[in-house]
Ligand binder design. Structure first.
Ligand SMILES: [Fe+2]
Length: 430
């Protein structure tokens, strides 16, 4: 488990650490690293000018050798030079299941949440009007899920750095007790002439630096925000749509490696995710481009989703909800809507970018692949009951009720079965 927090203490002022352990046992202490960033590391205005605010010091500690599925208590400490320790309050978390382990495992996924003021101030832009209802719905349901994926566009600080603190305070009731995993969005990373795939100014000059410093992800290089992570029977490949994903790119090779590295007997539920819609969306601007996706997305990636039999792919960026049929080469390969079973013959693509930002409109064109659309704020919950049974639910933020759902029932032999190009060639020798 990784614990990250912010303080005003540099390393020559206090020693940061986490004290943690099981109830009734003597606690351990784990050291924390300290990072910060400077105005000079911002790529442009307003982050480098009027939006700049010193971020303080960002501390990260790794709690290791955890017993699976076990409740731990922890608190953050800073030991001052005179030996006094400044303590946080005590928090608790449940450790992750061992990869492949069978237990009830529940995952929350959404994108584009942002932040908002509870007193209604800062309403000028009113850019993320659904942010608080999503946050509050997740806070009210903390006992009923295990891990959260916020797939990009986190605070929409857009170069006004104090807004990162507003955002981290808003999600703290969740992020202090659940793994809060993130992806990189255009509002974290995009800036002209800064090595990203897009040249827009959506990050307000941040060019990824605050996100890559404040949020730990298990990436080989946090400036290239792609990583894999496991949660019991789930294997997640989280791509970075702000960097080139096309065939031949460094990221494409990594995506293939991530998808290929999962043992589906132990981790049958293979999930792909990226911030921008690399799969399918009926959002109006994608429809006007005629692509119904981020151009060059599925053209390059669908052969990997198909070869490695990805169950579900999730995207944000578009601020609404949409679910497709299981798709192979742009065709629906299954007429079922509610319960899928048997071999994996296509990938279900889900846009779940209605975390809180202003809603995006759908095109009036009805495509054959779009099964459910909702112009509202919401999030997805995945429940793995065991290695053969998965429940997908889409819930609205305003009431927490389920508006779209389906199940997948499947055994290992169904994943192994050769469908389309999902198997290596066989020899005729015996
Ligand atoms: Fe976005």
């Amino acid at each position: 488990m990784t614990v990250t927090w912010t303080s005003g203490y540099n390393i020559d002022e206090a020693v940061p650490f986490v004290e943690w352990g099981l109830t009734g046992h003597s606690p351990k202490q784990s050291p924390a690293g300290t990072l910060t960033f400077t105005r000079g590391s911002m790529c442009g205005p307003p982050a480098r000018t009027v939006g700049w605010r010193d971020p303080g010091f960002i501390h990260t500690s790794f709690l290791k050798e955890l017993w699976p599925n076990t409740m731990y208590n922890y608190r953050i400490g800073h030991m001052l030079l005179n030996g006094t320790i400044i303590w946080s309050k005590i928090y608790s978390f449940k450790s992750s299941p061992y990869p492949g382990q069978n237990s009830l495992q529940r995952v929350i996924i959404f994108g584009d949440m942002g932040k908002a003021e509870r007193d209604g101030s800062n309403e000028y832009a009113c850019y993320q009007p659904g942010s608080l209802i999503t946050t509050d719905q997740l806070i009210s349901d903390l006992d009923n899920y295990d891990i959260v994926f916020h797939i990009g566009d986190m605070p929409y600080a857009n170069g006004y750095l104090s807004q990162w603190d507003q955002f981290t305070a808003q999600v703290e009731p969740i992020a202090s007790i659940k793994p809060y995993m993130v992806a990189s969005g255009n509002h974290e990373r995009s800036w002209p002439n800064s090595g990203g795939f897009y040249a827009t100014k959506d990050s307000g000059g941040e060019c990824g630096v605050p996100a890559e410093t404040m949020y730990y992800v298990p990436a080989e290089n946090r400036a290239k925000f792609w990583y894999s992570t496991d949660y019991g029977m789930f294997h997640f490949c989280i791509a970075d749509s702000e960097h080139d994903w096309r065939e031949g790119s460094e990221q494409y090779a990594w995506i293939e490696k991530c998808l290929a590295s999962v043992d589906r007997n132990k981790q049958p539920w293979l999930i792909f995710s990226a911030h921008r819609v690399l799969g399918y969306s009926s959002n109006s601007w994608y429809a006007m481009e005629g692509s119904f996706e981020e151009p060059m997305g599925r053209e390059h990636l669908q052969k990997l989703w198909q070869k490695y039999k990805v169950d579900i792919a999730f995207y944000g960026h578009v601020h609404n909800y949409e679910r497709t049929c299981p798709i192979y080469q742009n065709q629906c390969v299954n007429t079922e809507r509610d319960s899928y079973s048997g071999t994996v013959n296509g990938t279900i693509h889900v846009v779940v970018g209605g975390g809180g930002s202003h809603l995006s409109d759908f095109t009036e064109i009805n495509t054959v692949w779009s099964l459910y659309k909702d112009h509202d704020w919401g999030f997805v919950k995945l429940t793995a009951f065991n290695h053969s049974s998965l429940l997908f639910e889409y819930k609205k933020s305003r009431d927490g009720l389920v508006y779209d759902s389906f199940t997948i029932s499947r055994d290992y032999r169904d994943v192994l079965a050769c469908v389309h190009d999902g198997c290596e060639p066989t020899t005729l020798a015996s």
